[in-house]
Design a binder for this molecule. Sequence first.
Ligand SMILES: COC(=O)C(/C=C/C1=C(C)CCCC1(C)C)=C/O[C@H]1C=C(C)C(=O)O1
Ligand code: AKG
Ligand code: FE2
Length: 365
Amino acid sequence: MPPVPISPIKVGHIDDVQELRKTKPRTIPQRFVRDMTERPTLTTPLPPPYSDMPVIDFYKLSKGNKEEVLTELFNLATACEEWGFFQVINHEIDLNLLESIENLSREFFMLPLEEKQKYPMAPGTVQGYGQAFVFSEDQKLDWCNMFALGIEPQYVRNPNLWPKKPEKFSETVEEYSGEIRKLCYNLLTYIALGLGLKGDEFEKMFGISVQAVRMNYYPPCSRPDLVLGLSPHSDGSALTVLQQAKGGPVGLQILKDNTWVPIQPIPNALVINIGDTIEVLTNGKYRSVEHRAVAHEEKDRLSIVTFFAPSYEVELGPMPEFVDENHPCKYKRYSHGEYSKHYVTNKLQGKKTLDFAKIQTKNKN
Ligand SMILES: COC(=O)C(/C=C/C1=C(C)CCCC1(C)C)=C/O[C@H]1C=C(C)C(=O)O1
Ligand SMILES: O=C(O)CCC(=O)C(=O)O
Ligand SMILES: [Fe+2]
């Protein structure tokens, strides 16, 4: 039989936003201009409760006295249930390492375009340099350049996409990813305990967890009110760890009670969010919250994001502990590999990717 032709994805011309900013600083091509309904609100901090994104002290969780541990476990459980997002302080990751990954990521994005394009993100794929999640010629583009790498297990790695420049980039990504991996396993232990599960429940279930890193670079934009740095989405991971580079403007916004809430970075803290996997496993008790990034008129912004997820062969579905007659099963069973494939072959569109896992209920009206 002749091979089945693979239909090439036609994405049209994708401007590199850094080059655009350099050569035509006031031009916003139409492909970046969002429809009225999608344009961001560029608000300064909102009043409480929206300014109160939970802060979790990892030192208290891991090394505190009994009372501190219990209080922090309660705070963590409340953060996961009410916000889906929290910032971790005292996370035990060497601040010099955080600074190094930040500096090297910035250096990477500052390389000439030809150098970065040695590691191209091919249309329809998610690793390398470029814009991910673009599948058609009329799709709006994000005001962002990305560089993404699969880290663990070895089968998600593409060694050809690991950059030779800047020097030390690749070895620092390795070291950084090892530290973030430990943090993720630790956080999953405390999240499990907060849910009344055994501490090692998720670690055992996840097998050799999939881990990927993505650096997002948002150049300044003369009309941040017209564009989005990153389209609204929920993360397809179990947990996501976000490092916001020092000195950057507020850029991350999360959707809480139908309001886009800007998140004020805390120096040296890491932002953690619950991804789709945990939403499914807990049958929606903990939700993966929609978020987006906005651009800034004068300042650039850099974020370094780690996605941590189960191994591809792991079967997922709501755990029995979270299903009863008052909490009917909301999601089907599937493997994380299937979900991953679905996630990376669809554009970012709020929480739409999670529809893949939802059991459709009949509308009784
Ligand atoms: C641009 O990439 C992403 O946003 C992303 C992709 C992660 C991945 C790689 C860069 C290579 C290895 C595979 C993997 C899909 C994990 C987001 O990651 C989320 C989405 C899923 C699904 C997930 O597990 O993490
Ligand atoms: O840059 C940010 O603040 C958001 C990044 C993000 O949500 C992502 O990469 O998935
Ligand atoms: Fe995200």
